[in-house]
Unconditional design. Structure first.
Length: 320
């Protein structure tokens, strides 16, 4: 781990020294205490994730970005570094932008931004691995006017931690974002993963998402509905995910927030992951670039007679 971090540090410093760009760093950490088991109140300090990045404008039309994701990943050691973003963006004109390379994906970016507390908990699709936050491919954003924009992407489909599989199949999607009112935004998105084989039970997986975000005077509300058909490319295998969240500003630097998720599968084929989840907490902006949250998290499995599992968290995010 030390060798990996040293390489990243020297790379990060070298890039910063050689280029007139913008370095960045973001870290998620927490302290958590299990409230569910009186005989085993597990508690721990954790550093969940660190992002190290650098962006550089080659010209007014072309910009580049590199981001390393260092975190507790099942694909490696306790702290493993992955190249998450390595992209070039071309502003073709005032309305169109094209991204190429290892890029941030569009699948749940809108919902993650509306949720606004990624350092505390992932958005629903991200948490349950319906799609990846980054992948190798190309995406296009087009702004028709002040209210309407569309986007499309073609990706390898394996995410940023894996190489393209030998089948050479691509994952594609198209999305639409509409500013219905000054404070209401609607998002629709359709994602398709092609089947690898052509058996009787094989089918293209499709994920349809609809989300709405409302921002009022000192508060915000948002909700999303996600339907995945032929999940994992199995014919007629469906699952749905619903998430609703909101926040209320107590003052300029402190707010209350809450979230509720519900995941279900048709005929209970995904029962081990089905269930409900909730968070309620308070967040304080200590200074610019530093946020702290004290929150209560509870999840209940969909299995019969399941009991809620609850934890108390203190989360921290700092970035520069």
């Amino acid at each position: 781990m030390k060798k990996i971090l040293n390489v990243l540090a020297f790379t990060f410093i070298g890039i910063t020294a050689m280029a007139q760009g913008q370095p960045s760093a973001k870290v998620f950490s927490n302290f958590n205490y299990n409230l569910s088991d009186e005989n085993n109140n597990f508690k721990a300090f954790e550093v969940n994730r660190a992002y190290l990045g650098h962006s550089y404008a080659l010209s007014d039309e072309f910009t580049t970005k590199i981001t390393f994701d260092v975190g507790n990943n099942s694909a490696g050691s306790q702290y493993t570094a992955f190249l998450k973003i390595a992209s070039v963006s071309w502003k073709a004109n005032d309305n169109m932008n094209i991204n190429f390379g290892m890029i941030g994906t569009k699948n749940f970016k809108f919902m993650e931004k509306a949720w606004g507390h990624r350092y505390i908990y992932k958005s629903l699709q991200d948490k349950h691995k319906w799609s990846s936050s980054a992948d190798a491919g190309v995406s296009v954003d087009y702004q028709f006017n002040d209210k309407l924009s569309v986007d499309a992407q073609v990706l390898n489909g394996e995410g940023y931690k894996k190489e393209q599989e030998a089948n050479g199949l691509f994952r594609g999607s198209v999305g639409l974002t509409y500013d219905a009112l000054d404070n209401v935004v609607v998002r629709l998105h359709r994602d398709v993963v092609p089947r690898e084989s052509y058996g009787d039970n094989d089918a293209h997986q499709s994920t349809t998402s609809a989300a709405l975000a409302y921002k009022g005077d000192g508060f915000s509300l948002a909700a999303e509905y996600n339907l995945q058909e032929n999940a994992k490319n199995v014919l007629d295998q469906e699952r749905t995910g619903i998430s609703a969240y909101g926040s209320y500003n107590l003052n300029d630097d402190m707010s209350l927030f809450a979230r509720y998720d519900e995941l279900s599968s048709e005929s209970d084929w995904n029962l081990s992951e089905d269930g409900t989840f909730m968070i309620i907490g308070v967040e304080k902006q200590m200074v610019k670039g530093l946020k702290v949250s004290l929150n209560y998290q509870s999840s209940t499995a969909a299995t019969e007679n399941a009991e809620a599992e609850s934890s108390l968290f203190m989360n921290l995010e700092f970035k520069f």
